[in-house]
Design a protein around this ligand. Sequence first.
Ligand SMILES: [Zn+2]
Ligand SMILES: [Zn+2]
Length: 207
Amino acid sequence: MNLNEGNTMSQILNVTATETKPKKKGELSDKSSERSGQRVCRICLGEEEDSQPENELICPCKCAGTMKYIHVDCLKEWLDSKKLVYNGEKVKSFFWKALECELCKAPFENVMKGRLFNIMNFECPGDDYLIMESVKSAPAKVVHVFNLSKGNEFRIGRSVDTDMKIADISVSRIHSFVRIRNNRLFIEDNGAKFGTLVKICDPFEIV
Ligand SMILES: [Zn+2]
Ligand SMILES: [Zn+2]
């Protein structure tokens, strides 16, 4: 960590230094150091100028120095290598054990500095689909993609017999159903011990 902080300082110094300033003893002379002052991707070592507008360099965590920046696509590809996929018949589930930086442990978010980045890569069917996310404590992420063309009823619960599986003791074996009726989606409780609660995000008028 101290090394990273040191690199940040030398980068800041080099940005403002004139070319005649002698190199500090022990200063790294590798490619990234020669480009000091440049923003370089920690994975592909590409510079900002190389990057496409939709693949810009971002600082997704608390790392500093040469580890500070990463391309959106490089981050996405790296997170993709950490992804586990459960390929169910009706629902495909994607698991990330830890959506976080391995060095500084800061969680990676889709929204960074007020801007939205699509860093999680998962396939959605071409037809109608529904995306659900299991409520997990950070940094774990679990996303379920329901293929709505595969049926009118989807089972949610702890049992292996369900379409969307939630490995949590407070979830009943078959906890609830997602049903499609008259082109509308309904969630229905299956008499689960702890019930099925719906979080209301918009104002709701109580008569
Ligand atoms: Zn890169
Ligand atoms: Zn980090």
